[in-house]
Structure formats: C-alpha cells, structure tokens
Design a binder for this molecule. Structure first.
Ligand SMILES: Nc1ncnc2c1ncn2[C@@H]1O[C@H](COP(=O)(O)OP(=O)(O)OP(=O)(O)O)[C@@H](O)[C@H]1O
Ligand SMILES: [Mg+2]
Length: 208
C-alpha cells in the first residue's frame, strides 16, 4: 500500500505524520519503508541522526525521485504486503507523481487560516485527479477558536477528513532524530482510522 503525506503548505506536519504512521505500521508487523521526496531531506536527516544517536529507526528511509515513486506505484499500489509512506515536499512535479502512485493521501494541516486555505487547494487538486485523501488536523489545541474554525471550514468545503486529530504536543518535536517511544502522540488512532478507511473503500480492497 502507498500512503503519501502531502500538502501544498509547508510546516504542517507532513514529515512527522509520515514517520509516525510508518512507526505504527511497523509495530504491527508490516513491512515498511519511508520514501523521502523532499529536497530538504527532513526524513532522511531524521534517520541519519537516529543512527548517530544509536537509536536507529525500525524502517528504512529512502531518497526517492519521480521514477522511483512511479515504480513503487506499479509494484506496491493495492499491495498489502508492503507499506510505503511518502513524505512529499510542498510543491513540484513529485507531488503529482506521488498522488498518482498512492492508495491514499493524508493531508496534514495546522488549524491556522493560511494552512486551511492551502489544504482546501490540495484536496481539490486530488479530487480532480480522483485520488482518495483525508485531511488530518494536527498541532491542534483543544477548545480553541482556531480549531473550531478550521474544522467548520473543512466541513463547509465538503472535504474528507479524519475523525481524530493530533494535538499540539511539545514532546513530539523532540522525536526528530530519534525513534518514537511507546507514545505515538495520537497517531495510533490515526493509523487505526486509516486502516478502517482503506477497508471500507471498495476500490482499494484492503482486507488487513
Ligand atoms: N502535533 C505536533 N505538536 C507539536 N509540534 C509538532 C506537531 N507536529 C509537527 N510538529 C512540529 O512542527 C514542525 C513542522 O513539522 P513537519 O516537519 O512534520 O512539517 P512538514 O509539513 O513536513 O514541513 P516541511 O514543509 O518543511 O517539510 C516540526 O518542528 C515538528 O516537530
Ligand atoms: Mg517535511
């Protein structure tokens, strides 16, 4: 299966989401790989630092390009034996290629108005291309006006979204350069919800 973390906006939690979901999948015994498509190489640096900290990640992070992403799509799309999480940059042709290759796209977004505007644009682009996606609100502080506003804008725009959100957690920032501990900061629920979405989708035929 191929899951991309994608948003035309930077700094919304794409890399964190790809790494946390990859960890959740690996802990369940799946064969997992992260593809780093971002020239900033955040996911690759995360893995490199973890090696240097003697805390190596439990999956490999591979630098990927247009051709490797297309190849992965041919090999692993709709294939439940291998889970590839693609960490996308917020722009460029590679986003289109990743969208095309993916079974599902997670669109992480912060609750800020600038994030939501770009999230709606990203979702509309994916809808046009008939790619399944779900918007995932992250860095959320419960009971705040920005959260309530973001949620209603996402609903009003008729976007697909995850029922669960990821809270803003200072501890999550410290995992850059380390593997996750027992606590996946709410990404456990997101992983469960993602599998449920894939199971309920008749076109995807995920039976795991
Ligand atoms: N739920 C959260 N709570 C607190 N901090 C978070 C949370 N999610 C992500 N962050 C932090 O926010 C910053 C941006 O996250 P991340 O790098 O995952 O975003 P990105 O969309 O991949 O950014 P870029 O567009 O630069 O690739 C990082 O410092 C990360 O540690
Ligand atoms: Mg990133």
């Amino acid at each position: 299966m191929i899951i991309s973390a994608m948003n035309l906006k930077g700094g919304v939690g794409k890399t964190t989401t790809a790494m946390a979901l990859a960890t959740a999948a690996e802990r369940e015994g799946k064969s997992v790989e992260v593809y780093d498509c971002d020239p900033q190489s955040s996911a690759s640096f995360w893995a490199l630092l973890a090696d240097q900290n003697n805390d190596s990640l439990p999956f490999s992070v591979t630098s990927a390009n247009l051709a490797t992403v297309r190849r992965a799509g041919i090999q692993y799309r709709r294939n439940p034996d291998k889970w590839i999480f693609i960490d996308c940059p917020p722009n460029g042709n590679i986003m289109d290629e990743a969208a095309e290759a993916s079974d599902f796209v997670v669109i992480p977004t912060g609750p800020g108005a600038a994030d939501v505007v770009k999230t709606i644009e990203t979702a509309r682009t994916l809808t046009k291309r008939e790619v399944f996606y779900g918007v995932l609100l992250t860095q959320v502080a419960a009971n705040t006006l920005s959260f309530a506003k973001a949620q209603s804008e996402i609903e009003d725009a008729d976007l697909s979204y995850f029922d669960h959100q990821v809270r803003r957690r200072e501890g999550l920032r410290n995992f850059f350069g380390n593997s996750f501990g027992d606590d996946l900061f709410g990404y456990e629920e997101i992983w469960d919800e993602l599998k449920e979405i894939l199971r309920n989708d008749e076109e995807i035929h995920y039976a795991g």
